[in-house]
Each structure stands twice: as C-alpha cells, then as structure tokens.
Design a protein around this ligand. Structure first.
Ligand code: HEM
Length: 469
C-alpha cells in the first residue's frame, strides 16, 4: 500500500495565525518590510488578528476613500490615539463627532492662507538662527540631521504658536519629547495585541496628572507630562496677564469663539500642546528624509539649488516667493510619498459596515497603510524612483485622491498641512541658499516604522557651505 504525500503544507489554523500575528506585533510587527504590515504589498485587503484585536488593512484607494469620506461616520480614531489623549487631552486630534466638528469649524481659519501669511516672520527667525549655527570657519560640518530638524521645527512651531518667548522652552523640551515618543511606541506595540476598555485606560492615564508618584519607568513619563503641561500653562498665564497683538496662534486660540462661546482655557492648553507635538515631529521626519533623498539624487538637488538661487537671488524669502518655488515644494511632497512620516492611519469601526463587498464588524481596527499605497505600482509609475516632477502643478491629474495621503484625507485631514508645507519650503529654500547636504560616508540608513517613520540610526550628514550668491 502506498501513501500519497501532499507537497502543500496544511493551512495554519486560526489559532496559529493569531499566535504568529501576536508574536510579530510584539517583536517585528511594526517593521514595514518584515512584519504584518509588509504583507500588505500588492493586496487590496488583508485581515489578521493579534491578541484580542481584529484588524483589516485596505490598500486600494477606492476602499480607503469609503473609510475617510462616504462611510466616515462609521469610524472613529482607533485605540492608538488614546496614548496621545492621555497627554494632549481632548483636542482636534483626539476629539470625535459634534464636539470635533464644532472645534474644527472654529479653529480652521487659523490655518487659512491669510493667517498663515502673517506668520511668515515668526517662522523665518528660527530658520535664520539655525542657518547661522551651521556656518563654520572651514565651511564643512557634520550634522545629525534628524536632531537638527527636530529642534528647528520645534522652534518654528513654538514661535508661530507662542511668539518669541517660547524659543527657550522649545529647545529645552526637544529631548523630553523624543523620550516621551519612544515610550509611547512601546505602549502602542502592547496595544496592538491588547487594548484595554477605554474607560479603564482613561482612568489609569489620568493618574499621570495627579500628585501620586507612579512606579518606574512610568515615573519619568509622569514628570515629562507634567513639565510639558506646566510649560504650556505658564505661557498661557503670562499671555493673559500681559496681552500682546502678535499674530501667533495662541492669541487666536484665546480669542476663538462661536455662537456657543469661547474655548475654555483647558481646551486652549490641549489644542496648543497638540499643535506643538503633532506639528514638529512629523515635519522634522519629512524634512530629514527629503535631505537624504536629495543627497542620493544629485540631478533633483541641482535643479532645487538653481530654482532657489534664481528666484531668491540671495534674499530672504517673502510670501510672494512661495508659489515661485514649485520644484522646492515638489521635492518635499515627493519625499513624503517616498517616506511618509504618518506611515499608517488607524481607525475603529463603531458600527458594522460593508466596504466594496467586504464585511467589517463593529470593533474591527481598520488600517490604512499609507506607505504601501504610496509605493503601489498600480497608482505610481516607477514607485521606487525619487521623482519630484510627479508633484509639479497639474501632474496629479487622473491619480485617485486616496493614492496620496501624507496628511490623511477627508474631514479629518491634517489641519496643519498648509502650515507644514509653507514651513518646509522656507526651511528647504533658506538652508539650500547656504548649504549642500551629503550623507556621511558609511552611515547606515534604514527606515524604522514607529509612531512616525524615522531613520533607525538617525541621519549623519555633512553640511558643505555654498559660496554666498
Ligand atoms: C509634514 C508634517 C505633517 C504631517 C505628515 C502630518 C500628518 C497628519 C495626518 C496623517 C493626520 C491625520 C490623522 C488621522 O486621520 O488619523 C494629521 C492630523 C492633524 N494634524 Fe498633522 N501633520 C503634519 C503637520 C502638522 C502641523 C504643522 C500641525 C499643527 C501646527 C498639525 C496638526 C494636526 C492636527 C491638529 C490634526 C488633527 C486634525 C483633525 O482631526 O481635525 N499637523 N496630521
């Protein structure tokens, strides 16, 4: 009697798949090539379970469109945002439903073109300071580009938010913020597998603001949260005691009102802290990746330097110059396609739903893997090429709207997208007037998908001084 040997291995049971996904979530799960996220490449829908949680990832822009636009009322921000809520409180980033809508309508004008134009001088001052600090006698200096960009963007957003007085606090805060983000990443990894009931978590996280000392390592986080909190309250109290007519965002937050009244001071604090935290890390990463990609693509970089020299003629940029720097802006947008700082956008279904025939049960976490959509050959020709011309005016014709999501999409799209673009074009143009950045020889560069997509080993670069035009 012969026994037929099957060459196909038996499909793993559901329990095995859950165990594997749980293990991956805790170890390599967030890695964008190796883990669960890496498996999304080229498929429209991927379902998996990890620990107690059920996930579905959509990579087809048509399905993503449903979640962000037509079907958006069936989705809330997922449990991952609870970590931010513990620190930021209830702000635009963490709020939902009518309350979110009311505040978005109130605060939207702060990020409109007219108001952003009035912030130009507040943005330029820290960029000039950073440019001066890079200038050395021999015209050549090694820089940790990520650290440099984190400090600069924190100063820019701090200045635009609170006016000049904030620069000192911003500089002292950058280390704390980086530590806090690292800690949040570990928590997030745990939450991929086990998300406690929201009420229990909220009760627990509010302890961070009480005088009860937490055990280590939570104690360090507790003290960081308190320092950030105190710094923002100090600036708010000072401003209320000594009002100014600065165009900064704090004055707008303090003056914002609608038919239902003004923002309570607690909400002013929450929104201000949100703008600062949400506004600097993402921009710093986007810029760091852009300098790296420009160093690898000398033709694109040469065109950038030519544009900057020709348009600015050695001057400090004005608001009128910004639309005359399309290649500079395109380099920033293409860098955000290539390495999207917000590499995935998570939601939770608050009701049963059907997306292009796929049933989504209430409670399922829906992941929109931005990074993979940005590298999908179905929507991007030669996606592994760095090609800023994709973002020159008119070039996006025919591309599905949810194929490019660095700032998210739909009603919850980033409120600071124009702020970030304006700030980044100014930083790129002003630093390029003086310097060319090359990668330090031998420095390893590897993307690491944590809360944001960052270079795992930082980014050592050599800044070479250009002859002054
Ligand atoms: C390159 C820089 C930036 C990137 C890549 C980025 C990315 C994002 C993304 C993807 C979202 C949507 C999240 C979701 O739907 O779950 C978002 C929302 C948000 N961002 Fe940004 N952001 C940047 C800069 C900024 C700046 C400069 C500010 C403020 C000064 C800001 C404030 C916010 C706020 C308040 C929200 C929540 C908006 C709402 O839900 O109404 N961001 N951002």
């Amino acid at each position: 009697m012969s026994v037929a040997l099957s060459t196909a291995p038996p499909a793993p049971s559901r329990r095995t798949r859950t165990l594997v996904a749980t293990y991956e979530a805790l170890t390599i799960g967030l890695d964008y090539e190796d883990g669960m996220i890496g498996r999304m490449r080229g498929v429209d829908v991927l379902r998996f379970r990890a620990g107690t949680r059920r996930f579905v990832a959509f990579t087809n822009p048509e399905y993503v469109d449903h979640v962000l636009h037509a079907g958006r009322l069936k989705y809330h921000k997922s449990f991952e945002y609870e970590i931010l809520r513990a620190i930021l409180g209830v702000s635009l980033f963490t709020d939902e439903d009518e309350s979110w809508q009311r505040h978005r309508t109130m605060l939207g004008p702060m990020f409109g073109k007219r108001h952003l134009d009035s912030l130009l001088d507040l943005m330029i001052a820290p960029i000039e300071a950073s440019r001066a600090a890079l200038a050395t006698e021999d015209g050549r200096i090694e820089v940790d580009m990520v650290g440099e960009m984190v400090e600069l963007t924190l100063n820019v957003v701090g200045n635009a938010l609170f006016g000049q007085q904030f620069a000192r606090i911003a500089t002292s805060m950058s280390g704390l913020v980086t530590y806090g983000l690292r800690f949040a990443e570990h928590l997030e990894r745990l939450f991929i597998v086990f998300a406690p009931p929201k009420r229990a978590w909220r009760g627990l996280s509010s302890v961070a603001f009480t005088p009860i000392p937490l055990p280590p390592p939570f104690r360090r986080i507790q003290s960081i949260v308190r320092i950030l909190d105190q710094a923002v309250w100090d600036v708010i109290d000072e401003r209320r005691a000594h009002p100014t007519d600065s165009p900064d965002l704090l004055n707008h937050l303090l003056g914002a009102e609608d038919g239902q009244g003004r923002l309570p001071l607690r909400r002013v604090r929450d929104e201000a802290l949100t703008f600062m935290l949400a506004g600097h890390e993402t921009t710093a990463n986007a810029l760091s990746w852009m300098w790296y990609l420009l160093a690898l693509n000398p033709d694109a970089r040469a065109r950038l330097l030519d544009e900057v020299d020709e348009v600015l003629q050695g001057r400090t940029p004005t608001v009128q110059d910004l639309p005359r720097l399309p290649w500079t802006a395109a380099c920033f947008h293409e860098a955000m396609r290539y390495f999207s700082p917000a590499w995935a956008i998570p939601r939770v279904a608050i009701a049963d739903d059907v997306v292009a025939g796929h049933h989504i049960r209430k409670g399922t976490t829906v992941i929109i893997p931005t990074h993979h959509i940005h590298h999908d050959e179905r929507w991007w020709r030669d996606p592994e090429e760095f090609d800023p011309s994709r973002f020159l005016p008119g070039a996006s014709k025919g591309r599905p709207r949810s194929a490019y999501l660095p700032f998210g999409g739909g009603k919850r799209m980033c409120i600071g997208s124009s702020f970030a673009t304006m700030e980044s074009v100014l930083i790129t143009a002003m630093l390029s007037q003086r310097f060319v950045f090359d990668l330090a020889p031998g420095h390893p560069v590897q993307p690491e998908a944590t809360l944001t997509l960052r270079p795992r080993h930082g980014l050592k670069m050599i800044a070479r001084r250009r002859p002054v035009a």
